[in-house]
Design a protein around this ligand. Structure first.
Ligand code: ZN
Length: 462
């Protein structure tokens, strides 16, 4: 693996020292705090990796202007970076769009991830993270293979990453708990704590009771969280009932996997009993509506989960599954699907969606991000509001601004991204990596992996 060249700015310019001060001026500051404060003529002050102040321009400038580097937001919205709560680095987008979940896993995804080598993971992760950063995602909860390669990619590009392995019983040729423990030893807490490692479990069809119990014990030993797929499809629930005599979330509960450190992905088909187990254990849910729809898995009862008091964030899953890493799209469809299926236009409003994609995702991972407030980690994005897609916008109108951000925005509206106090993208240019080289290398890695996996025959034929 080689280190991509930095082609703009110096290390000193980009990476904050402990006291380096940055001001984002001329901004509409969307704080996502409890009061939903928006400062229409606002400034965010950053010192080192944390937010030092948020508020009206006159107030913050008076206190923080001295010695500060200025980023002019040009009247754009500044909001917390988005948290993609269920994520897989992806290498093979656009290959088998016609297959339902079990078939796409067995005929395409598992063969590809079994064949992938660390160098291919490194380039695939860089390409995936580059797309996410371009779409305003500052944190990914990434379950994939070869944590060292993932960690190196995350460290270099500058994204906040929580990594886990695709752990399954040995006969499936994926990852072991030892792989995951080794990844934890080598990468957990690296890059100023920006890269973390938790324990992953692929899903119950590939796991024994022994493995599930060992996974919860490992997570306890490491003091780490757990990332698991649960109740994604009707087929998975049926397999679980046949294999274990119980539904997936009931088995996960009995094996000690559910806790406030656990992120359960999908949860499309939870029974009332399973909703109660999620709530009682403080488990977080990643709702992934676009993935669930495209793979034909159904529409989760997400409003019932929220009503029960479960913390629900949003994820895109993978671009093999859903073709885009744009979390703005996921946010919009989360609402549209509930409204369509329940025939109620009052459901999941803009403020609800913006909370899910920022604060809720951050809380699920135990992070100090997700809100623009003094003392929080400086993970934030700038959105160009001078765009036909955000017209009209009545000055000072928070509700219309929220509506634009939740229902009209796309990732391409994001101009600047700051993560852990470091400018990772400015004026739509990634500063940390050579993006063209990444895309070329990721393409080469796919062709090489495809050849080794021998899955060319499952390509969608148009
Ligand atoms: Zn997934």
């Amino acid at each position: 693996m080689s280190t991509p060249s930095r082609h703009r700015g110096t290390e000193f310019d980009r990476v904050p020292g402990p006291t380096q001060r940055t001001l984002i001026t001329n901004a509409v500051v969307v704080t996502m705090n409890d009061a939903h404060d928006v400062h229409f003529d606002g400034v965010v002050a950053i010192e080192g990796d944390r937010i030092a102040a948020v508020g009206p321009s006159a107030d913050v400038l008076a206190r923080f202007r001295d010695g500060a580097r200025i980023i002019d937001a040009n009247g754009g919205a500044v909001m917390p970076g988005l948290v993609d709560l269920h994520y897989h680095t992806a290498i093979g987008r656009g290959w088998s769009d016609h297959l339902p979940l079990l078939q796409i896993l067995q005929q395409f995804w598992y063969p590809v991830v079994r064949a992938i080598d660390p160098e291919a993971v490194y380039w695939a992760a860089l390409a995936s993270y580059a797309e996410s950063i371009r779409c305003g995602v500052t944190t990914v909860n990434d379950m994939y293979r070869h944590i060292d390669a993932l960690g190196q990619a995350a460290e270099e590009i500058g994204i906040r990453a929580v990594l886990s392995n695709i752990v399954a019983d040995d006969e499936h040729g994926l990852d072991s708990l030892e792989d995951n423990a080794s990844g934890h030893r080598s990468r957990h807490g690296s890059a100023n704590g920006r890269v973390e490692v938790m324990v992953g479990i692929e899903w119950l069809p590939l796991a024994s009771i022994g493995l599930l119990r060992d996974a919860s014990e490992l997570a306890r030993d490491l003091g780490s969280g757990i990332h698991i797929h649960l109740n994604e499809s009707v087929g998975e629930v049926e397999i679980s009932k046949e294999k274990f005599g119980r539904r997936p979330t009931e088995v996960a509960y009995e094996c000690g996997l559910l806790s406030p450190g656990c992120v359960a992905a999908h949860c499309v088909w939870l029974s009332d009993t399973e909703i109660g187990l999620m709530r009682d254990t403080g488990t977080h849910i990643s709702h992934n509506p676009t993935s669930n729809a495209k793979l034909g898995n159904g529409i989760a009862r997400v409003l019932d989960y929220i009503q029960a008091g479960i913390n629900v964030g949003l994820g895109h899953d993978s671009t093999e599954g859903v073709n885009t890493g744009d979390l703005f799209e996921v946010m919009k469809f989360a609402s549209l699907m509930q409204r369509a299926v329940r025939m109620d236009a009052n459901l999941l409003q803009a403020g609800d969606l913006l909370r899910m994609v920022t604060r809720n995702g951050s809380a699920a991972l135990g992070h100090e991000t997700g809100m623009l407030a003094q003392g929080r980690k400086a993970d934030l994005i700038v959105i160009d509001l001078d765009d036909v897609g955000f017209t009209p916008l009545v000055e000072g109108n928070r509700n219309q601004l929220y509506s634009h951000l939740a229902f009209a925005a796309h990732g391409r509206a994001v101009t600047t991204v700051i993560i852990d106090g470091t400018i990772v993208m400015q004026d739509r240019e990634l500063l940390t990596v050579d993006e063209r080289k990444i895309l070329r290398k990721a393409n080469e890695a796919f062709v090489r992996t495809l050849d080794r996996a021998d899955v060319g025959s499952v390509q969608t034929i148009v």
